[in-house]
Structures are given as structure tokens and as C-alpha cells.
Ligand binder design. Structure first.
Ligand SMILES: [Zn+2]
Length: 301
């Protein structure tokens, strides 16, 4: 089994220190799930995996319920963090990227059992009237999306084609973020306020971030999430809020530590790693990188 530095440091270094320091900054966990399946992702380091087994997911949701968490929307937590809305108890936001069909059979029944909601981010080119496959896994159909919407699940945009936005022209980026929003709004007949950035977020590229912030605002988005690791807090940008990646390897101890903030330290390592990578890419070549990592935030390491 691979050694997990992130797990070791979180459980045995950061968590004990955090408890002693009585750190109590207002922060809200936004969980990032992808597929709910038994895929063991053999050969992929636990840190980079994106599948969560239905059994592991059920125990995580039960943990949230038993420990007094209530699910909130991204709109609600932005209001809470900015002081416009009262914080009632412990809030958590549960998000799913890529609109996989396994959400329908494995996630929704469990969420529904506890009266929980979630936000699912759709890459609209892969959502059809009949199942369309994305990365080898079927996605939800529009019929299922409509049914889930009626039953309290929220939907946000994850672009149209799930591209590496960082490598596209501004006009193409604007097309991706506007067209996906328009399609979901047309299909569901309600406003879409939330956006999830696909792939690793280029958090050190301030010019790109400014352009994207402006473009998302012009398209009418109110809030969004990315793959920067951490809990959302008062310093978070409402369009690029941090999330906590979750997969089958999140045993109860690690899951609890992540919720409590003991995993937030990863954000600094992630930031400086990206800074070094961006600098070395600029120095070594004027050609843009062909590969910027896989879906998960950790892939940007
Ligand atoms: Zn994605």
C-alpha cells in the first residue's frame, strides 16, 4: 500500500496541533465527490483517486447526520460567510462533479434517507436524452436530471465539453461557461447560479483568474467552486471556493479530520507547487504545457 504523507500529516501532526490551538475561524466544508462506484482505481495513488464506494459514501453521510451537520447550498454558505445570513448549526455542502449516472442509484437514495441535498455539476455535452458516456462512465440523462431537480437536488454548470479552460481562447471560454448555463436553464426551467471549474484550478495565474471572474460574472453566475483544497471561509472568492476532495480512501478518521479543518494545510503545498511548476514552465519553454493534471485537485501536485 502506498504511503500517504497527506493522511499521516493530517492525522498525526496537524489535527493534534489544531485541537491545542483552539482555532475557530468560521469555515464551511464543501465536499467534492465524482463517481460513486466500486472502482478501486488500481495503480492510482489514494491521493489522486476520485471514486467513492457506495458503502463508504453511506457511512460518510451517516457521520454527517449523526454529528449534527445540515446540508446547505452554495448560495446559502456565501451568505453565511459574508455575514448576510445566520449560520444555523454546522453547515456542509455536498457536491458532485461530472454528472455521472451512478449519482441517481447510489448517492441520491442515501442523501434522501437523511433529508440531505447536494449540488451536481453537469458538463452539458455529456447529458443527453439517452445515456452518454464521459471518461468511460455513463452520465445522467435530462429526464433523470429533471426528476432529481424536482426532488431537491441542485444543478450547476461544469462547462459544455469539460475542457482545460486554461488552454482555450477567451471567446471559447466564454462560450463554454455561457452555453452550459443556458442549456441547463432551458432544460430545467430555473436559474443556474453555480459553476465548477473542471480539472486542476490554475490558482497562481492572476490574469487568468481575473478574466474568468469577469466572464463568470457577465454570464450571470453568483458562486462557484474549484479544486483548490480547503474549507470555504471568509477570505474565499465566491466564484472559486475551496473544496475537500473525497474518495473511497477517506476512512472515518481522515474524513472527520478533513471536516474539522485539519486538511486545509494542503492548500499551501498545492499553491507553492503550482507556483514552482508555472515558473519552471515559463523559464524552460514558451510553449504551454500539454497536460495540466487530472480531474482532482491533487493532480496539480
Ligand atoms: Zn469534472
Amino acid at each position: 500500500m502506498s504511503f500517504r504523507l497527506d493522511r499521516f500529516a493530517t492525522l498525526y501532526v496537524v489535527n493534534p496541533l489544531r485541537r491545542r490551538a483552539f482555532v475557530n475561524q468560521p469555515a464551511i466544508p464543501i465536499l467534492m465527490y465524482h463517481s460513486l462506484s466500486e472502482d478501486t482505481e488500481t495503480g492510482v495513488h489514494p491521493y489522486y483517486r476520485t471514486a467513492t464506494s457506495p458503502h463508504r459514501f453511506a457511512s460518510q453521510i451517516k457521520y454527517l447526520h449523526d454529528n449534527g451537520y445540515r446540508t446547505a447550498s452554495l448560495t446559502e454558505i456565501v451568505g453565511q460567510l459574508q455575514g448576510r445570513a445566520a449560520v444555523a448549526g454546522k453547515s456542509v455542502v455536498i457536491t458532485f462533479d461530472d454528472g455521472y449516472h451512478d449519482f441517481y442509484h447510489h448517492a441520491f437514495p442515501t442523501l434522501n434517507q437523511y433529508g440531505f441535498s447536494a449540488t451536481v455539476f453537469l458538463p452539458t455535452a455529456y447529458i443527453g436524452e439517452s445515456p452518454v458516456s464521459f471518461k468511460g462512465t455513463d452520465c445522467l440523462t435530462w429526464g433523470e436530471v429533471r426528476e432529481l431537480s424536482r426532488r431537491g437536488i441542485l444543478f450547476g454548470s461544469h462547462t459544455v465539453t469539460h475542457p482545460q479552460l486554461h488552454e482555450l481562447s477567451i471567446s471559447k471560454i466564454q462560450e463554454e461557461i455561457a452555453n452550459s448555463k443556458n442549456t441547463i436553464e432551458e432544460k430545467l426551467g430555473c436559474a443556474v447560479d453555480s459553476f465548477a471549474y473542471p480539472y486542476a484550478f490554475p490558482q497562481t495565474d492572476t490574469d487568468f483568474k481575473k478574466m474568468l471572474r469577469d466572464s463568470l460574472g457577465q454570464a450571470g453566475y453568483q458562486n462557484g467552486v474549484c479544486t483548490t483544497v480547503g474549507r470555504a471561509n471568509r477570505k474565499s472568492e465566491p466564484l472559486f471556493m475551496e473544496r475537500l476532495p473525497v474518495n473511497s480512501c477517506d476512512d472515518p478518521a481522515l474524513f472527520e479530520a478533513k471536516l474539522a479543518g485539519a486538511y486545509d494545510w494542503i492548500a499551501r503545498v498545492q499553491y507553492f507547487t503550482k507556483l514552482v511548476k508555472a515558473t519552471s514552465t515559463r523559464l524552460s519553454s514558451s510553449k504551454p504545457s500539454q497536460h495540466r493534471g487530472s480531474e482532482n485537485a491533487q493532480a496539480s501536485w
